[in-house]
Design a protein around this ligand. Structure first.
Ligand SMILES: Nc1ncnc2c1ncn2[C@@H]1O[C@H](COP(=O)(O)OP(=O)(O)O)[C@@H](O)[C@H]1O
Ligand SMILES: [Mg+2]
Length: 214
């Protein structure tokens, strides 16, 4: 079974960003998408993660077509199976780190993994309001929150932007271990070719096409 299968995607805002793009993601697999700023990487990720409807083409998750599934089924998939790690991380601002994690744990009926909090170096931030944390700490709380719900699909957009190199590598180690442990899949968007090369497959978004480069 494909976790994700996108076929012949096209999308236009002010100009056509891409056309006829197809991409599959298997269990345990990581796929990187690289490309210059403005090439449409984030737009493609929004479409793959069901946040944006493509002008043309289809997205299937667990072999179910997103555009024809019931609202209830789509909502369940978004709540339980899709993990978004985006630059705008949408933590609940008035809440502490722990409260943010608890919301995810309650909604998905999962436990908070304390060893994960230690590895992300946020176990000492739990009682602080997230607005008091640094950008890098907030980013790591949002990663912990996403992984707490144990999604089968991770969509990750420039995850290491606010992080120093050592922390960035540790965060990526956590993602790759997570994929193996839960048989999940990840689509990673990055401009960092070194980071992309750690994924099983690397594609480049260039001239409106998605070309396999590694
Ligand atoms: N919601 C939107 N409405 C209009 N234009 C958009 C929207 N989102 C992105 N764009 C435009 O689409 C182009 C590609 O953006 P984006 O997908 O964010 O590229 P990347 O992530 O590769 O930098 C940019 O020119 C951007 O301004
Ligand atoms: Mg982007």
């Amino acid at each position: 079974m494909n976790l994700l299968s996108a076929k012949n995607l096209s999308h236009t805002f002010d100009y056509e960003l891409f056309s006829n793009i197809s991409l599959d993601l298997q269990e345990g697999e990581s796929v990187a998408i690289i490309g210059v700023s403005g090439s449409g990487k984030s737009t493609l990720l929004n479409i793959l993660s069901t946040l944006l409807k493509p002008d043309r083409g289809s997205v299937e998750i667990f072999d179910e077509n997103v555009s024809t599934m019931s609202k209830k089924r789509l909502w369940e998939i978004k709540r339980d199976e899709i993990g978004l790690v985006f630059q705008s991380h949408y933590l609940f601002k008035g809440f502490t780190s722990l409260e943010n994690l608890e919301v995810a744990a309650i909604l998905s009926k999962q436990e908070i993994d304390e060893s994960l909090l230690k590895r992300l170096h946020i176990d000492n931030t739990l009682e602080q309001k997230v607005t008091e944390l640094s950008g890098g700490q907030q980013q790591r709380v949002s990663i912990a929150r996403v992984l707490t719900k144990k999604p089968r699909l991770l969509f990750v957009d420039e995850p290491t932007g606010n992080l120093d190199k050592t922390t960035a590598n540790e965060v990526m180690n956590i993602f790759f271990e997570y994929l193996q442990k839960y048989n999940a899949g990840m689509v990673l968007v990055t401009h960092d070719e070194e980071l992309a090369a750690r994924c099983d497959k690397v594609y480049k978004l260039l001239n409106k096409e998605l070309e396999r480069v590694n």
